[in-house]
Design a protein around this ligand. Structure first.
Ligand code: SF4
Ligand code: SF4
Length: 154
């Protein structure tokens, strides 16, 4: 398989239920680690608005597969996550690791950013290992562009 072909890589991941189940478990564990840090979020949705935000969100093949498995992406303008409706995420359960571990600094009552980064790195290392274990082609893609690629191949 051509490892640069995101659609083929995601398709491979979608066929492997054990891989997706282990991946979801890893993401749920990351949520528990994040919850212990008690980060504050006012649910304004600004961090998901990549056309305005100063950052980008990257996700692996498997995370993208989980995200689109039950809810394929619709067409969206550039740098727009197709799962953001108004200010909310309409696909929270399978959302990628970066969505779970990002909290803007301005609302935090204690320094959690580097601890959140630690959660990200530990969980991302496990995600990389899972791709190797199940021989899923690993890609690491900017989320909105990846959704656009998958949408254009439907
Ligand atoms: S983390 Fe910050 S920017 Fe993102 S939704 Fe919460 S309050 Fe808004
Ligand atoms: S998947 Fe959900 S949480 Fe992640 S960027 Fe899109 S709207 Fe935000």
């Amino acid at each position: 398989m051509d490892d640069s072909n995101l659609t083929a890589a995601v398709s491979e991941a979608l066929k492997n239920r054990k891989f997706l189940a282990e991946l979801q478990k890893n993401l749920d564990e990351a949520d528990l680690a994040v919850a212990k840090l008690q980060p504050v979020c006012k649910a304004c949705g600004k961090c998901c608005n990549f056309a305005q935000a100063p950052h980008r969100l990257y996700a692996s093949t498997g995370e993208i597969a989980l995200l689109v498995a039950k809810n394929p992406p619709t067409t969206a303008p550039p740098l727009t996550c197709p799962y953001q409706q108004q200010d909310a995420c309409e696909n929270r359960k399978p959302r990628p690791l970066g969505c779970r571990t990002f909290f803007c600094e301005q609302h935090q009552q204690k320094p959690v950013t580097s601890l959140l980064q630690d959660v990200y790195e530990k969980s991302h290392a496990k995600i990389t290992q899972l791709h190797a274990k199940y021989q899923i082609p690993y890609q690491y893609r900017e989320l909105t562009q990846a959704c656009g690629e998958l949408n254009s191949c439907e």
